[in-house]
Design a protein around this ligand. Structure first.
Ligand code: GLA
Length: 384
């Protein structure tokens, strides 16, 4: 009896120990949701080193770096073949990855890269299967700070997925370089339940976003219920931003960024940072919206009202205020309201309109406003 129990107990402690170690390391790597830029949404396979440098330059000159964006992430299509020893090389679009990383670091930014636990990436390039240790070694030697690891094969079982992600997490950990691990497997096998335990700092919860209201709204409003799995070091990722790519109206982009902030979602811009309108720069650098996303409490928001196309979402903040979004998903403007008692606030509260950057004063018991079609009124409500 005793002899049988010991190994099981021992294994239990090892598993608990590894899980706790993964969580502890995760918290220091991504205490708040990662902020940066990724090449895929705008450039896809057209990305190259010259464009990456220009995006890093623009992240600084636009004020995005000062607003908190730090990662410059190269997505799929940088990969060439492996050499005879099995080491991956970048293709002709990226003649010197180490020099590129040095350049990005010289700007006070960090460089991210992309691979897959499969033999091939989603775009058909070389994946990491069977070369995880070598790839982790290569990334560390280049000075990589962030890895998006994209499943890109038919769904595996939960155990297969956990094993594949743990393998890369362990390989990265052994290199001794802090590298954010971004899991991408589209939410299969309820990844939010186990992403943290395999060393993930963030995990995609859905299929790919695209630059239209319907897709964005389906993904964003579909996040309800995942909130208990997010927190410092480990975040649900409803995919990268489309702000500035041109497919949505200003109100629709306000909904997109406002909702992602309430969700404590990673804010990875997906537009061309070298060609931004004043509206796009102003939106992406809006300190009050970013502060909602980056709040140190690290709570993901959730809906308190879902009535047809009208949704009210709240996010508890570290200073005991609430970020509140009144979202109108219908095709015409409509009046919406929120009762302070729904936020456990009795009586009066200070209300600030975040997008308007305007204090609305002390209000009693309720707030109401007209919300544009596909738009949002984003508030900070503080108990008095
Ligand atoms: C998948 C991912 C995208 C992008 C592409 C690259 O579709 O979900 O975000 O990385 O692969 O091929």
């Amino acid at each position: 009896m005793k002899r049988k129990l010991q190994p099981i107990a021992f294994q239990f402690f090892i598993i608990c120990g590894l899980t706790l170690a993964a969580s502890a390391q995760n918290s220091t790597l991504a205490p708040t949701p990662p902020m940066g830029w990724n090449s895929w949404n705008h450039f896809a396979e057209k990305i190259d080193a010259r464009i990456v440098r220009a995006q890093a330059d623009a992240m600084v000159t636009s004020g995005m770096k000062d607003a908190g964006y730090v990662y410059i992430n190269i997505d799929d299509t940088w990969e060439d073949k492996r050499d005879e020893k099995g080491f991956i090389h970048a293709n002709e679009k990226f003649p010197d990855m180490k020099t590129l990383a040095d350049y990005v670091h010289s700007k006070g930014l960090k460089l991210g890269i992309y691979s897959s636990p499969a033999a091939k990436t989603c775009a058909g390039f070389e994946g990491s299967l069977g070369h995880e240790e070598q790839d982790a070694q290569t990334y560390a030697s280049w000075g990589i700070d962030y890895l998006k690891y994209d499943w890109c094969q038919s769904p595996g079982t939960r155990d297969e997925m956990k094993a594949a992600y743990t393998k890369m997490h362990e390989a990265l950990r052994k290199r001794g370089r802090p590298i954010v691990l971004s899991l991408c497997e589209y939410g299969w096998n309820n990844v939010w339940e186990w992403g943290d335990s395999v060393g993930g700092n963030l995990w995609r919860t859905t299929d790919d976003i695209s630059d239209d209201y319907d897709t964005m709204a389906k993904i964003g409003f579909g996040q309800a219920g995942h909130e208990k799995y997010a927190g410092p070091g480990h975040w649900n990722d409803p995919d990268m931003l489309e702000v500035g790519n041109g497919g949505m109206s200003e109100d629709e982009y306000r909904t997109h960024l406002g909702l992602w902030a309430i969700l404590a979602a990673p804010l990875i811009a997906g537009n061309d940072l070298t060609r931004m309108t004043p509206f796009t720069v102003d939106m992406l650098t809006n300190r009050e919206v970013l502060a909602i996303d980056q709040d140190p409490l690290g709570k993901q928001g959730h809906p308190i009202i879902q009535e047809g196309p009208f949704e009210v979402w709240i996010k508890p903040m570290a200073d005991h205020s609430f970020a509140v979004g009144l979202f109108n998903r219908s095709k015409q403007e409509d009046k919406m309201n929120v009762k302070f008692s729904d936020l456990s606030i009795s009586g009066a509260a200070n209300v600030r309109d975040v997008w308007l950057r305007k204090d609305l004063g002390v209000l009693h018991e309720t707030f109401s406003a007209y919300v544009p079609k596909h738009g949002v009124v984003l508030l900070r409500i503080s108990p008095r």
